[in-house]
Design a protein around this ligand. Structure first.
Ligand SMILES: Cc1cc2nc3c(=O)[nH]c(=O)nc-3n(C[C@H](O)[C@H](O)[C@H](O)COP(=O)(O)OP(=O)(O)OC[C@H]3O[C@@H](n4cnc5c(N)ncnc54)[C@H](O)[C@@H]3O)c2cc1C
Length: 623
């Protein structure tokens, strides 16, 4: 028996295979989610590599200036249907109500002035009364006929979103929209019902048509409705003008942010910087697991098959052992030795993925990446301006805090909400001809600023190449104040540059996925090739109906699940909460549209235009 008690010979001990090693490239929502899901299985090792030395969180990340003031690459909202994102926040062990403010209305402004305030729809009371089931529909019909019922609200409860939003929104007295303009949006229902988020054929049909053509030529949306409502939303959601956004992206985006359920347009905002509030505790939670390494300042410069990188013989051998010969090597800029791994999850944005392909023959050779060079990105510029305080204005609505030190005229213009969503061409400023933007009163949104003694205005510009090219931060801040004053309808002198105390400008060049015409055809699936996976808001467009942060989280989990399957990992935590089911009204519309499509000749592209579309076009061209 003695020999059984002897330690194993060294050569035998070394033969037991090391745990599978997965490298996640990119430390935004997608990368952290993938790392979280994979490392739930203690049988694997995960290394997350993030290029930025400053902050975790990717595009949602933030840091502090040398003077200690917080700055971010834009303010990020969390919409009601971000169920997977909210679950992440829960899983980290955070109380969502401490991290995020309440659902907040948004004021909408077009080049013609204030348009409307979009209400928070799914209040506890509304969500119990909305017609989300056939029984609820009957109950609503009964209540609508009762004396004293608010007719507008009762009708709105019967309508599918976002027609209810259009009805319940408080339209400005100055808005040029007539009731007929508002009603013209009904013409879009045929396309909305015809477009299926998870159907590749649907995406293909609508991918080469522009959003402008969809809304005007098919939907029969009047010019005023397009200018007042559609254009501002296109400029801040998919972040571009209608001619340069695909109809598929517009339908999917509007479906996710407005149409899919009652209150889908309701949004809440972080009560501070997302890195400090969410990513820092998340990082601590991941590191405490013991099988995750998170490295900042680690830019991946190349990916190669094992054996392909000079001088990597040692790691090459390790990878080959771990994978039975299918190892991969990841080169970090400045590192002497590449990292060996069994699988790679690319959680970088679309344009970064294209750059990595250029420097990695392995990636460049994959069929899935052949058109990555055509992927485009939208440039954003986030401007945070600290201003000398005015006397405090109190009693303001929406947001986490009810008072501000912004000049009283600005406070009054933003009374209904600390968030103003602005379309293009505001104030006739050349820099804004194609840029949309949002104005935020951060004292009403962020706890730290609420307690501070300066007014804090944030202006985030989207599709802002011209502004990004202005090198002088103070010039950009002056432009931001001018744009905010024009949007809020206050004299420029109210936000005079002499009030500026401090400025932080973040230029995110070509950083946000651009859903241009044909972009769905460029979007890859989750698996790019042997051992190489991708996740992010630009990946798998025909999958789960989600956008932006939520899409990054969902695809992060899906990529982790795919890696887990291929490496035989059993405890990967990659469950995805499905998107909302169609409301009963939308389900009926979809049935009708499916029947019409089945009866239409094969190859029919889009449903016939709204009957009034041709008439509107003729009138519009005569003008
Ligand atoms: C101004 C602005 C406002 C926005 N507003 C909202 C909003 O209100 N709501 C919302 O849901 N979304 C919003 N978004 C979009 C949202 O930020 C993105 O959808 C989300 O951040 C995508 O996450 P991601 O992890 O896929 O990619 P990213 O956040 O882009 O993260 C990718 C990471 O990869 C890193 N990386 C790139 N190349 C390499 C490399 N070679 N090696 C190592 N690391 C690399 C980058 O540094 C980055 O940190 C906004 C974006 C901007 C810019």
């Amino acid at each position: 028996m003695l020999h059984v008690l002897l330690p194993l010979p060294l050569s035998l001990a070394a033969a037991s295979p090391p745990p599978p090693h997965i490298v996640v490239v990119g430390g935004g929502w997608a990368g952290y989610t993938a790392a979280e899901a994979l490392s739930a299985d203690p049988a694997c090792k995960v290394t997350l590599l993030e290029a930025s030395p400053r902050a975790a969180g990717g595009l949602a990340g933030g840091w502090r200036t040398p003077g200690g003031r917080p700055v971010e690459a834009g303010i990020h909202g969390f919409w009601r249907e971000y169920k997977n994102t909210f679950k992440v926040i829960d899983d980290i062990g955070l109380d969502a109500d401490e991290v995020l403010g309440p659902f907040t209305p948004s004021a909408l402004v077009s080049k013609n002035g204030p348009v409307a305030v979009a209400p928070v729809l799914a209040t506890a009371e509304a969500s119990t009364t909305a017609a989300t089931t056939p029984d609820a529909l009957l109950e609503l019909l009964r209540r609508a006929s009762m004396p004293g019922a608010d007719p507008l609200k009762q009708i709105a409860d019967l309508l599918p979103a976002p027609l209810d939003t259009a009805l319940l929104a408080e339209f400005s007295e100055r808005s040029p929209l007539s009731l007929l303009d508002r009603a013209s949006g009904v013409g879009l229902l045929a396309c909305w019902a015809d477009f299926r988020q998870e159907d590749a054929d649907s995406w293909a049909r609508y991918d080469d048509v522009s959003a402008e053509t969809l809304f005007k030529d098919y939907g029969g949306v009047t010019d005023p409705l397009y200018d007042e409502l559609v254009a501002p939303l296109l400029h801040v959601l998919p972040m571009g003008p209608g001619y340069d956004i695909s109809a598929a992206a517009a339908l999917s985006c509007f479906h996710v942010f407005a149409l899919q359920s009652r209150g889908a347009f309701d949004v809440r905002w972080c009560r501070g910087g997302i890195t400090e509030r969410i990513f820092r505790p998340w990082q601590e939670r991941l590191e405490a697991r013991g099988n995750v390494v998170l490295r900042g300042g680690a830019r991946v410069s190349g990916i190669a098959p094992a054996g392909a990188v000079d001088g990597a013989a040692a790691v090459d051998g390790a990878a080959a052992t771990a994978t039975g010969g299918g190892g991969l090597l990841v080169q970090v800029l400045g590192d002497e030795t590449p990292l060996a791994c069994d699988a790679i999850v690319l959680a970088v944005g679309a344009t970064s993925a294209a750059r990595l392909c250029e420097s990695s023959p392995l990636l460049a050779s994959l069929p899935a990446t052949q058109r990555f060079g055509e992927l485009r990105g939208v440039t954003c510029v986030a401007v945070r301006v600290y201003l000398q305080p005015a006397p405090r204005t109190t009693g303001l609505l929406g947001g986490s805090h009810a008072s501000t030190l912004l000049p009283p005229a600005v406070a009054a213009a933003m009374r209904a909400s600390p968030v103003t969503v602005c379309g293009p061409e505001i104030g006739g400023m050349a820099e804004l001809s194609e840029a949309g933007f949002c104005v935020y009163d951060l004292q009403r949104m962020h706890d730290e600023h609420a307690a501070g003694d300066l007014a804090v205005l944030e202006v985030d510009f989207y599709r802002a190449e011209r502004i990004a090219d202005v090198d002088d931060d103070h010039a950009v801040a002056r432009l931001a104040l001018e744009a905010a004053a024009a949007a809020l309808g206050v004299p420029a002198a109210t936000l005079d540059p002499s009030l500026i105390v401090d400025v932080a400008v973040v230029r995110a060049r070509r950083a946000v996925s651009h859903f241009a015409l044909g972009s769905a055809a460029l979007s890859p699936g989750l698996r790019l090739g042997e051992g190489v996976y991708a996740c992010g808001d630009w990946v798998d467009r025909t999958g789960h109906a989600s956008w932006s942060t939520e899409k990054a989280v969902v695809t992060g989990r899906q990529a982790a699940a795919a890696v887990g399957r291929s490496l035989g990992l059993r405890a990967v935590d990659a469950q995805v909460i499905p998107a909302a089911e169609d409301t009963p009204q939308l389900a009926v519309l979809r049935k009708i549209s499916a029947a019409l499509r089945a009866a239409a000749p094969t190859g029919t592209a889009l449903p016939p235009p709204a009957p009034w579309a041709a008439l509107l076009k003729a009138v519009s061209s005569q003008r």
